[in-house]
Design a protein around this ligand. Structure first.
Ligand SMILES: *Cc1c(COP(=O)(O)O)cnc(C)c1O
Length: 251
């Protein structure tokens, strides 16, 4: 329509970058989901730690989440994570870095040197290398044994049957501290269906504890199945999409 003047709001945006209000809101929403599920389960919400999974997102997003109070971050790819850890070295004392991706044995050294936790220990050889390569000036590396709880051919992780034997060996390594179990269950439709593999992991966890292993960590639950995981006893939930948004793997 001719003659209509379109007046654009050209006021400069000062302060917040575009993503920050979203990020604060998303973090709040995730904390609320955890609190609600904990309430239903009769658990103390403080017994569930939030690991923000930042893979594919830039260091600035991690810095923004840190400014919102988030302290633990999960990364999947060795090279990408080292670049970000370096870029955020000024925050090192107040960030906990968790490696959660598949780990090849020729890439264990930088992980042993730069991370606080590894959730994805899926065979003894990886654990042995991490222990040998953990620098002496650092505390033992916290690790979880990854269990292929849904029995998927494509998934890494020890079988539930071999978990006790491998866990005993991992627990005996000098520079590792075996904290518990981790799983990535097959996606399932509703909360009831989602609970089954989480329950199976919790039962395995209890069995290992009954065998004398001092475990305190059940790493399970992602953006789509957080509630099911908390209902079944998760102590760390690993949340990416619900905090940072959808991932872009195109580059
Ligand atoms: C990517 C990833 C997550 C986070 O998944 P979302 O569905 O984005 O929350 C959690 N755990 C592992 C092992 C992952 O690789």
């Amino acid at each position: 329509m001719r003659g209509v003047r379109i007046i654009r709001n050209v006021a400069p945006r000062i302060g917040n970058q575009g993503f920050m209000p979203d990020l604060a809101h998303n973090l709040d929403a995730v904390h609320q989901r955890i609190a609600l599920a904990a309430q239903v389960a009769g658990r103390d919400p403080r017994s569930i730690a939030l690991l923000a999974v930042s893979k594919t997102f830039p260091a600035e997003d991690i810095r923004a989440a840190h400014a919102e109070g988030q302290r633990a971050f999960g990364e999947n790819y060795v090279q990408e994570s080292l670049t970000k850890i370096e870029a955020l070295s000024d925050l090192r004392a107040s960030i906990e870095w968790h490696f959660i991706g598949p780990l090849q044995s020729n890439k264990t050294r930088p992980v042993a040197e730069h991370f606080d936790w590894v959730h994805s220990v899926d065979r003894l050889k990886i654990a042995q290398r991490l222990s040998e390569q953990r620098p002496d000036n650092l505390p033992p590396l916290n690790v979880c044994l990854q269990v292929n709880i849904s029995g998927e051919a494509s998934k890494s992780g020890v079988t539930p049957e071999e978990a006790l034997r491998v866990a005993r060996e991992v627990a005996s390594l000098p520079k590792l501290r075996l904290r518990g179990l981790m799983a990535i269950p097959e996606p399932a439709g509703d909360v009831e269906q989602q609970r089954a593999p989480h329950r199976a992991l919790r039962e395995l966890f209890e069995k290992l504890r009954a065998e004398g292993l001092e475990l305190d960590t059940l790493s399970m639950g992602m953006s789509g199945d957080l509630e099911a995981a908390v209902l079944e006893g998760a102590t760390i939930v690993r949340i990416g999409t619900a905090i940072f948004g959808a991932r872009d793997y195109s580059h």
